[in-house]
Design a protein around this ligand. Structure first.
Ligand code: FA5
Length: 346
């Protein structure tokens, strides 16, 4: 009997090497343990044995069945592995370049922001940040913007409900909170938090209740600049902004400062540029930013002695810069996520 079992199993083990598919496995299984299988045939011999012979024969049979089961289970997992590999297709080489993977690019506004910041970094400015939800004090009071200034009106500024208040302002009592209307609030936070001399550029989102049209958005981006030192002058303002304009719009771009008014600078200007390389806007004076020398009242509100310190500040609209650079005629393109538009600028 032992010989018979060994023969049946040896045959099955020899045949196992050739099994590749589930059908071949089933055929081998049938040959071994099916109704007419070689192992089944030995089982049938049990009936012919005497009572004394049966226990030993039963042991042999059980051992043989276990060997057969292990063999079949091993084959099954081999077949399953082969099936999975076939379903997955040929092996992937992850190091090969993808033939048509669309390359993602940074949003044009992000690229303009990075270029603007890189330009000012060359002049020693470092990047600063401030919160988008701001206190009324940081956005207006500290910037010498009186309580009756139209910018503070509910019509122009998005205030948070009265239930949201902040104690984060050096004025007594709780402060109303609003979505900052400009990045000039970062001037205040910087002067309160660091000792001059300082030179910062602060990029960020701004919010206004402006009617949305081709050049206005209710949520746009500015970059603020602030330089405070012992004797900062208008010549420095001119030099810094000229350098920025030439780096951004090319060496042929001209600049001019036009007198203007901001409560937080004195004197205040708007800077225009004119360039021969701006498509259909070439040769026209175009306003690009607001600027001036920091008003002494702002320095005082931020704890700096105006007799010792002076500063220059400027604020530009990122969308405006990007629109001029790329000849974009509608600000809303930036926010529509239309791939046709984004690909053109990639
Ligand atoms: C200011 O916001 C001043 N804080 C700028 C400043 C800073 C002056 C420091 C002096 C010293 P103004 O409101 O003009 O100024 O806005 C500056 C720029 O932001 C504009 O030239 C424009 O490019 C952009 N801007 C303003 N409102 C919008 C809007 N609704 N949509 C898109 N861009 C806007």
């Amino acid at each position: 009997m032992q010989d018979q079992l060994d023969r049946a199993l040896s045959e099955a083990e020899a045949a196992a090497g050739a099994v590749r598919t589930r059908a071949e496995l089933e055929a081998l299984k049938a040959r071994l343990v099916g109704p007419n299988g070689s192992l089944t045939a030995v089982t049938k011999v049990m009936g012919t044995l005497s009572k004394e012979e049966r226990p030993a024969a039963g042991k042999l049979l059980n051992a043989a069945k276990a060997r057969a089961e292990a063999l079949l289970a091993g084959l099954l997992s081999k077949v399953e592995e082969a099936e999975l590999a076939a379903a997955l297709g040929p092996e992937v080489d992850p190091t090969l370049p993808s033939p048509d993977a669309p390359a993602g690019v940074l949003h044009p506004l992000t690229r303009t922001r990075e270029r603007v910041l890189a330009t000012f970094r060359k002049l020693g400015f470092v990047v600063a940040e401030g919160p988008e939800v701001e206190t009324e004090w940081h956005c207006f009071d500290a910037l010498n913007t009186p309580a009756d200034h139209p910018a503070r009106d509910m019509q122009d500024t998005l205030y948070l409900p009265a239930s949201f208040r902040s104690a984060d302002a050096p004025r007594k009592g709780e402060e109303a909170l609003l979505l900052r209307t400009h990045t000039s609030s970062v001037q205040v936070r910087t002067m309160l938090g660091r000792k001059p001399p300082l030179r910062i550029v602060a990029p960020g989102r701004c919010f206004r209740r402006d009617a949305v049209d081709a050049t206005h958005s209710a949520n746009f981006h500015q970059v603020e600049g602030l330089w405070v030192d012992r004797s900062v002058t208008l010549a420095d303002l001119r030099g810094v902004l000229d350098f920025f304009v030439k780096e951004t719009f090319g060496p042929d771009a001209e600049t001019r400062l036009r007198p203007s008014f901001f409560p937080f600078t004195e004197p205040s200007f708007e800077m225009d540029i004119r360039s021969p390389d701006l498509g259909r806007l070439s040769g026209r004076w175009l306003e690009i930013l607001g600027c001036g020398l920091v008003d002494p009242k702002v320095l005082e509100a931020c704890g700096l002695d105006p007799a010792e310190w002076s500063g220059l500040a400027f604020g530009l609209g990122l969308e405006r810069i990007a629109m001029l650079q790329h000849g974009i005629d509608d600000i809303r393109h930036f926010y529509a996520n239309d791939l046709r538009f984004l690909r053109q600028l990639a």
